[in-house]
Design a protein around this ligand. Structure first.
Ligand code: ATP
Length: 359
């Protein structure tokens, strides 16, 4: 077996348990994204992988080397691991080239090898032209590329990225996602990438591990996670952010308030069990009270428009369904409903899923 293996990893801080027995594998050469909301245990997992913290229970292996267990931890510098943080941490008084070469110089590599690796790494992250600049003369994205280059230059066995794009503006963040993926395709390094941004995970990762409250919710390819979420938490976190909670009626039916709705049932719940109907806002269609849409193959709900926002490509409409429930719909921009309008919402059955609660 090759790559990283995390077995039953638990981490407690005093009486608080941050990780409740995580099992994960990262095959060599793949990029795994650890995805989840703030506080779910992503950074703790990374700290344990880097060797900065010892697990309370469980083991971490890299190929056939035991990196960490409750009995002992291989020191960070002996793991062949490089780490890139969100706040770049580049040295302001060193040039780009000096920053990148620093890790090589302290390893006392021959001068010719340092020069060769420096050139190669700067080429990989497209910084050759900026090699003599100081960090203060670089944009945020360029500084983050310096941090990445510094991590790559030492030729680690494993690369750990902790929210590496969080400090960049939205436009740059989007661009850098593709760059990170390109660098990964070029070098094929075994990589663990921590993020709370689902589109960042979808773009960069081969596999995504979704976490919540120290529990692994699902591990799968981006398509698996997006198309076949294992529970309502994963579905809403990854974008199907309409979750109508109810009880299972069995046979692909769910009772939500006074309605019985139908959908492919992936909950495994028994009759009467707690389940949710999940549907993406982009799949919901809205019609005015004076219209009579063809509702064949759809769940039908009615409600009142609470708010509507024009976003250019679509309108983001929030519908009050009553009973404290709301439904979000992304509708064509040409369609418009004033707040207070009574609307009929059609939810195509094939676009809905009945899912159970988080693990
Ligand atoms: P974020 O995206 O906000 O960084 P995260 O998913 O990386 O969140 P962690 O930093 O791993 O979350 O923290 C998981 C939980 O463990 C949090 O509730 C946090 O408060 C707690 N925690 C982390 N480190 C410590 C510590 N040294 N002592 C006590 N609690 C800690």
């Amino acid at each position: 077996m090759s790559g990283i293996r995390i077995k039953n990893l638990r981490k407690s801080f005093g009486s608080y348990t941050a990780l409740h027995g995580i099992d994960l594998q990262v095959p060599n050469g793949t990029l795994l994204a650890l995805l989840g909301p703030s506080g779910c245990g992503k950074s703790t997992t990374l700290q344990l992988l880097a060797g900065f913290e010892a697990p309370t229970e469980g083991e971490i292996w890299a190929d056939d080397v035991l990196l960490s267990s409750a009995r002992g931890v291989l020191p960070p510098e002996k793991r062949g691991i490089s780490l890139v943080f969100q706040n770049y941490a580049v040295w302001p008084h060193k040039t780009v080239a000096e920053n990148v070469a620093f890790g090589l110089a302290i390893r006392r590599l021959p001068k010719a090898e340092i020069a060769e690796r420096l050139d190669r790494t700067l080429r990989t992250v497209r910084l050759e032209a900026l090699r003599d600049r100081y960090p203060s003369e670089l944009s945020g994205g360029q500084q983050q590329r310096v941090a990445l280059a510094r991590a790559l230059a030492v030729e680690p066995r494993i690369l750990l990225l902790d929210e590496p794009l969080s400090n960049l503006d939205a436009h740059l963040r989007e661009e850098m996602r593709f760059e990170i993926r390109q660098v990964h395709d070029l070098l094929g390094l075994t990589t663990v990438y921590v993020t709370h941004d689902q589109s960042e995970a979808l773009v960069t990762a081969d596999r995504i591990a979704v976490m919540k409250s120290g529990h692994l919710q699902q591990l799968g390819s981006p398509e698996d996670i997006f198309e076949r979420p294992s529970n309502a938490f994963v579905a809403t976190f990854i974008g199907a952010n309409n979750e109508l909670a109810g009880t299972s009626e069995g046979n692909g039916a769910i009772r939500v308030g006074g309605h019985v709705l139908t959908a492919p049932d992936r909950s495994g719940a028994a009759h009467g069990g707690t389940v949710s109907l999940c549907v993406r806002p982009s799949q919901v269609r809205l019609f005015g009270a004076d219209q009579a849409p063809d509702a064949e193959g759809c769940n039908v709900l009615s409600g009142t428009v609470q708010r509507s926002a024009y976003l250019g490509e679509y309108r983001d409409v929030l519908v009050d369904l009553g009973g404290g429930r709301t439904l979000r719909a992304f509708i064509p921009p040409a369609q418009s409903f004033a707040p207070g309008s009574v609307v009929t919402a059609l939810l195509p059955i094939g676009s809905c899923q009945i899912l159970g609660p988080a693990a």
